[in-house]
Design a protein around this ligand. Structure first.
Ligand code: NDP
Length: 489
């Protein structure tokens, strides 16, 4: 069941059972604007706390999240259907990111000296990164804590207040997060919740926030950007992917097969940086495919991963499998019958034409295509032939770094699946249809801050350039100096 509008409220469902698990208000544009106005006052207080004051309060929130993981995990499971272990994994990663953001904010964003250059050596140059003010975060349902917190934690650590609109499929998780924050930081509503469907998200893009952080589909990302453009509100867009995994002739095939199966099927494939396409060197193709088939057959939909959280996704997954099979592809595991009413069983597709929807569009389900390549140049070429550019994985003993650098994606994991997502110091984001901008790491902190440059004069310059008192002699000296300094090329 999808969320259903009942007048001024909507209901959220357990996708594993169809049972109603909560009723939430549909916030109107006026209510969203009021939340942003309240956030503006809260932002001033939050900024005034400084890095240390904010770090202390974010540590209190972090401790609450860490202590109450089973409780929040149960809400995640109820609204997404994912197993408790997967809910915990998402929380573990989110907590690590929150800790990193709070700990490193001062170092990354605090005042830094810059070299003033020879001509202006009488100046002291510094840059510091000031908060933007109020950040609007529009979150998805697939990792309803880890993904929005990738923006929320970094925006808060950078000194902003946040208004958070969770997906209509996971409003309960959003509410839990915001209430737990309010217990840790009771003074002002620094993190607020607005709930509703797409219109509430659209209202947030027009409500006068200083930045929108959006995670979801590329199609909605474009709408968000168009709407934000009306007020020149900047956006960071994380819009999914069609992530490739490359297997070189010298790869550890057991590890590569394990990473393929987990990367493709965990969370029912509803992972923006999940493995959707695999390109394998012909020398090891047969052996690798046999290993993937054995491992995929052992994966149990229902215990090792949950249902499709968004029912409409079932039709997309079915269409992609149908297209692949109609174009001569073969399902070695699963296939058309793998798509049930709520769950999709693991599906491994081979011999799929590269122009099929199963290879070109984001499937967001537990399916994977595997293709044979003559060499790793062909693998890189095919991997890069995509409208998306989010993540990628390489299994290779000798050429991991080289192949990783050639892949046109925001991040690449070598010899392990999705490792970049758990390393808080690494920025995360994409290009093309995968969006732009970065969350996580120093880049993620700076995404939610405004660089402020300050040049402070320490003493009067012997050569006055920016004055009507500038003499012809000064001009001649400077001209000669620059020609000498830079004229040699
Ligand atoms: P959407 O992009 O439609 O939704 C993402 C978020 O945007 C939700 O909070 C949604 O609210 C909100 N939203 C919807 N319409 C608007 C709007 N006009 N203005 C502002 N916000 C809006 O994704 P879906 O959840 O419908 O999933 C569709 C596809 O997106 C999936 O099939 C998958 O391919 C991809 N996806 C990618 C994700 C990723 O991690 N990058 C995550 C989730 C989905 P509401 O839910 O209330 O409609």
């Amino acid at each position: 069941m999808t969320a259903v509008l009942t007048g001024e409220t909507f209901e959220s469902f357990n996708p594993a059972t169809g049972e109603v698990v909560g009723t939430y208000p549909v916030h109107t544009a006026e209510q969203v604007e009021a939340a942003v106005a309240k956030a503006r006052d809260a932002a001033a207080w939050w900024e005034s706390l400084g890095f240390a004051g904010r770090a202390e309060r974010l540590a209190a929130w972090r401790a609450a999240l860490a202590k109450r993981m089973p409780e929040l995990g149960a809400v995640i499971t109820e609204e997404t259907g994912k197993p408790a272990g997967d809910a915990q994994l998402e929380l573990v990663l989110a907590i690590e990111h929150l800790a990193w953001a709070a700990k490193h904010a001062r170092k990354v964003l605090g005042p830094q000296r810059r070299a003033p250059g020879l001509l202006l050596s009488n100046q002291a140059a510094t840059v510091e990164y000031q908060p933007l003010g109020v950040v609007g975060v529009i979150g998805p349902w697939n990792y309803p804590v880890y993904t929005p917190l990738g923006s929320v934690s970094y925006a808060l650590a950078a000194g902003n207040a946040v208004v958070f609109k969770p997906s209509e499929f996971t409003p309960g998780v959003g509410k839990w997060l915001v209430e737990s924050f309010a217990e840790a930081v009771p003074e002002h509503p620094v993190l607020q919740l607005v709930t509703g469907l797409g219109e509430t998200g659209a209202a947030l893009t027009k409500a006068g926030v200083d930045k929108i952080a959006f995670t979801g589909s590329a199609a909605t990302g474009k709408k968000v950007m168009a709407s934000a453009a009306e007020t020149l509100t900047p956006v960071v867009i994380e819009a999914g992917g069609k992530d490739p995994l490359l297997v070189d002739a010298d790869a550890d095939l057991d590890a590569a097969a394990d990473a393929t199966v987990w990367g493709a099927f965990s969370n029912a494939g509803q992972t923006c940086a999940g493995v959707e396409r695999v390109y394998v060197h012909e020398h090891v193709y047969d052996e690798f495919v046999a290993k993937v088939v054995t491992k995929a057959e052992a994966v149990d939909a229902g215990t090792q991963y949950g249902p499709m959280t968004m029912p409409a996704q079932l039709d997309i997954v079915r269409r992609h499998i149908d297209d692949a099979l109609a174009a001569g592809g073969r399902a070695l595991v699963g296939g058309r019958d793998a798509v049930g009413d709520r769950y999709v069983k693991p599906t491994v597709l081979v011999d799929v034409s590269e122009d099929c929807s199963a290879v070109r569009e984001e499937t967001f389900g537990p399916t994977v295509t595997i293709a044979k390549v003559a060499d790793m140049d062909e693998a890189v070429e095919k991997a890069n032939d995509s409208a998306y550019g989010l993540g990628s994985t390489v299994f290779s003993k000798a050429r991991g770094m080289e192949l990783a650098r050639r892949l046109r994606t925001g991040q690449t994991a070598i010899n392990a699946p999705l490792s970049f997502a758990g390393i808080a110091s690494l920025p995360f984001g994409g290009s093309g249809e995968s969006g732009f901008g970065r969350i996580h790491g120093p880049e993620g902190l700076r995404e939610f801050a405004r660089p402020k440059s300050i040049a402070r004069q320490r003493f009067t310059a012997p050569i006055a350039l920016t004055s009507f008192a500038r003499s012809k002699k000064t001009e001649a000296i400077v001209g000669k100096l620059i020609a000498k300094l830079h004229g040699k090329g």
